[in-house]
Design a protein around this ligand. Structure first.
Ligand SMILES: NC(=O)c1ccc[n+]([C@@H]2O[C@H](COP(=O)([O-])OP(=O)(O)OC[C@H]3O[C@@H](n4cnc5c(N)ncnc54)[C@H](OP(=O)(O)O)[C@@H]3O)[C@@H](O)[C@H]2O)c1
Length: 288
């Protein structure tokens, strides 16, 4: 397993973990998928209060000692007392004493960042969370979040990043790399659409897959984590997919092959979820 650093903490984070959005909270298969990911060599599990599956995730990881558990608080809970309450409720559902990485799920311009971050710092002081992260934050929002913290640092920003969605390469990825912030890539397989859409890069990907005796998904994930400071959290329901995904962090593509792949995919750029639906989430947040 390739490891990267959690922010600037020197703590190790697997370059590939498991995302749990849309893993059925009531299915044993979901528990088995999470356990297969851990057994395959990655202790990094990502969930969110909004996924309504924290209880299931807690059950899946219960027997393991050394898990790096990330969850998220939804923006309607960003006021000071609401964050504290939301965190307590997540801890209860997860059956844990602390959360390793607590992330602000989506920016909420209606709540002052200073208020939100003072609650996040209290949670660290109280031992309920170990690290503070954000998600779907632009460079400007990330700077604001960093400036609102007095004692601790933002260690990560979780955004959509894949071979199909490279919007953040323009500014956010370089900013994270320069400032020691881990970029957690969500939807790293383009929501699974990557395999079904016709795209010009597929022949190159297939050729590389054959050369390394890997699948196209593994090539796509390996390309992603070849960037510094990037960890990916593919969601997989099938055990075979889970194992493939974790194994994607166990090999290296040569730099000349990576360059060829880079050129092949440069023509593709699909819209991220934030580009498509960000306006709708911001609009709804303004109403609540
Ligand atoms: N912070 C945010 O706002 C945010 C937003 C979206 C997602 N996320 C996080 O990111 C995680 C992943 O994103 P996502 O679920 O949108 O998309 P994704 O991981 O890019 O794609 C998931 C799809 O790919 C398929 N798949 C997984 N591994 C595969 C493999 N090796 N070969 C072929 N197909 C494979 C899965 O199928 P099977 O299920 O059948 O295996 C599923 O249909 C989420 O679970 C969540 O934790 C965060």
């Amino acid at each position: 397993m390739k490891y990267i650093e959690v922010g600037k903490t020197r703590e190790k984070l697997p370059a590939i973990g498991i995302g749990t959005w849309q893993l059925d909270p009531n299915s044993k298969d979901s528990i088995n998928a999470i356990r297969a990911s851990i057994e395959s060599g990655s202790n990094f599990v990502d969930t969110a209060e909004a996924y309504r599956n924290e209880q299931m995730v807690g059950k899946a990881i219960k027997e393991y000692d050394d898990i790096f558990l990330a969850t998220k608080v939804w923006p309607t809970h960003f006021r000071h007392d609401k964050i504290i309450k939301a965190c307590d409720q997540s801890l209860e559902r997860l059956g844990r004493k602390y959360i390793d990485l607590y992330q602000l799920h989506w920016p909420n311009p209606k709540v002052s960042m200073d208020e939100t971050m003072s609650a996040m710092e209290k949670l660290v002081d109280d031992g309920k969370i170990r690290h503070i992260g954000v998600s779907n934050f632009s460079v400007e929002q990330l700077r604001k979040a960093q400036n609102s913290l007095k004692k601790y640092e933002v260690v990560s920003n979780q955004v959509e990043y894949s071979i199909m969605a490279r919007e953040y390469e323009k500014d956010l990825l370089p900013y994270c790399q320069e400032n020691g912030i881990t970029l957690i890539a969500y939807s790293p397989l383009g929501h699974g659409k990557f395999f079904t859409r016709k795209n010009k890069a597929m022949p190159v990907i297939q050729e590389l897959a054959k050369k390394h005796d890997k699948t196209p998904a593994q090539i796509a994930l390996n390309w992603l984590i070849s960037r510094s400071n990037v960890s990916a959290i593919p969601k997989a329901g099938s055990i075979d997919h889970v194992k493939q995904n974790i194994d994607a962090a166990n090999f290296q593509i040569s730099s000349s092959d990576l360059t060829e792949l880079d050129q092949a995919i440069s023509a593709m750029n699909f819209k991220t979820m934030k580009q498509k639906y960000g306006w709708l989430i911001s609009f709804v947040l303004r109403l609540v």
